[in-house]
Write a protein that binds this ligand. Structure first.
Ligand SMILES: [Zn+2]
Length: 134
């Protein structure tokens, strides 16, 4: 099975996972804008059991739109956001696609929280758009 790899900006945190993501989306919510410093994040929903991490991550306890806790795992050295765990999706992790070594291996299927999308940003072709989360 193909292994996909990635890591943070400084290289202190590296990861690998096997299998294909269940879902790939772009998220335009304000939390993703703040945590990335950009307009949106790329999110791959993968099985936690398929994911192996090298190097410790720092943790930030956030809360999602639903009010449920979201554990955000960062590199404590360079600050790259690597993945999140959402309490309402046990056994899954939301991997930030910008940290992949080969981000073009995956194409987004949907855009979410488009109500917050940058007004100058065109819709991505062949994606479903959702005003809020799904
Ligand atoms: Zn780092």
């Amino acid at each position: 099975m193909k292994e996909h790899t990635g890591g943070c900006l400084c290289g202190a945190v590296r990861y690998a996972f096997t299998g294909e993501p269940r879902f790939v989306s772009l998220c335009h919510c304000t939390h993703c804008q703040k945590l990335s410093g950009g307009s949106y994040t790329i999110n791959l929903l993968i099985q936690e059991q398929d994911f192996k991490q090298q190097g410790a991550t720092a943790l930030f306890e956030d809360s999602g739109d639903s009010g449920h806790p979201v554990q955000r795992h960062f590199c404590g050295d360079c600050g790259s956001h690597i993945f999140a765990k959402i309490s309402s999706a046990p056994g899954k992790i939301v991997l930030k696609g910008g940290t992949l070594d080969h981000p073009n291996d995956f194409t987004p299927q949907a855009e979410i929280y488009t109500c917050r999308a940058s007004e100058w940003l065109l819709p991505v072709e062949k994606t479903q758009r959702f005003d809020l989360g799904i």
